[in-house]
Write a protein that binds this ligand. Sequence first.
Ligand code: T4K
Length: 375
Amino acid sequence: MNDDNKLITVTSPLLPDLDEFHEMLKEIWDSKWITNNGSFHKQLEKELAEYLKVPYVSLFTNGTLPLITALQALHITGEVITTPYSFVATTHALWWNGIKPVFVDIDPSTGNIDPEKIESAITSRTTAIMPVHVYGKPCDTKKIQSIADKYGLKVIYDAAHAFGVEVNGESVLNAGDLSTLSFHATKVYNTIEGGAMIMHDEQTKKRIDYLKNFGFHGETEVIAPGINSKMDEIRSAYGILNLRQVDAAIEARHQVAIKYRNALREVDGITFFDDMPGVRHNYSYFPIFIDSEKYGMSRDELYFKMKESNVLGRRYFYPLISEFSTYKGLPSAGRENLPNAHKMADSVICLPMYHSLTDMDVQKVISILKREKAE
Ligand code: T4K
């Protein structure tokens, strides 16, 4: 029996076992070391580097500050090429560094920045490219790197959605100069609030570790104008426990994706992404795209109809970042420059997707989309 009053939200967090967490809290209480590079913080950085198959991880307090810090660390100035199809934090990180964002349209087959359109947006002021692996779908990192190499640009990936994503067995987080992750409650892997930066060498790791701790090197020396964006011991402990169950969570999400795809493939007017060959996906989101004419209902009508039935999908990422008042006046923000991004933003609904979504919940979502109930 369906409980029609139950809210089915777009996501629900992966939570550690409370008794195990309590044991770790006891250790923290005993040690009285609660933040500033404590033992759980060190352990989580090490375990994440192994799990993610990357050389170095620096933990952060959320997924926005590593973006801001990455731009500082690489001394990025002037203009940075980026995508409008993302969460607003991507562009905010540029703005907070006094950098002018230059929006480039997306490839409709992935939702990621279209590498074919990057070169024509490069000017003498361009210093970097900041792409996003949106929904965890890997960008064309080879093509982006070849453009960056040709023009001497840095590449910082906003990999907030790409936890554990691999291409042909290699982590997508190893691409570019730096990558950043978000461990927010709504992500595949969460530490409540949290995030990380991935780097290739020990020297950069040291520099980032200084920068996230006010720039302190030892007790009395400050080597750069750093910020405070450290993760504490409590969230590090929580993260250690969640890492042990993240593979099972990703597999449960995979099963939900299979059910959605099997049921929705034949629905006229609904499209979605299939898995990419050679890619280990994390199923962080399940976006569908509504063609109003074929489906016979607009995206927004469907979105509100789902809401009436207590199914709270989300229109990630509508509106486009380029439509927000801070960015709307930028020369690259014009609608004519970003037709594919507008089309995707105007047609998307992210369906409920999380490890503990029950079969009954999935069937309820499907039945609304298939309009199996009388309208
Ligand atoms: N770059 C990209 C590409 C990003 O997507 C993000 C964040 C960032 C950078 C920045 O990373 P952080 O600084 O945030 O670490 C959410 C998240 O706040 C945000 O982290 C995320 N992207 C963005 C896409 O979505 P909201 O405002 O849509 O979430 P909210 O609070 O409406 O939650 C959605 C649903 O999740 C709720 O209806 C129920 C469920 N939920 C949520 C929370 C917070 C729970 O069940 N428990 C919870 O504690 O922004």
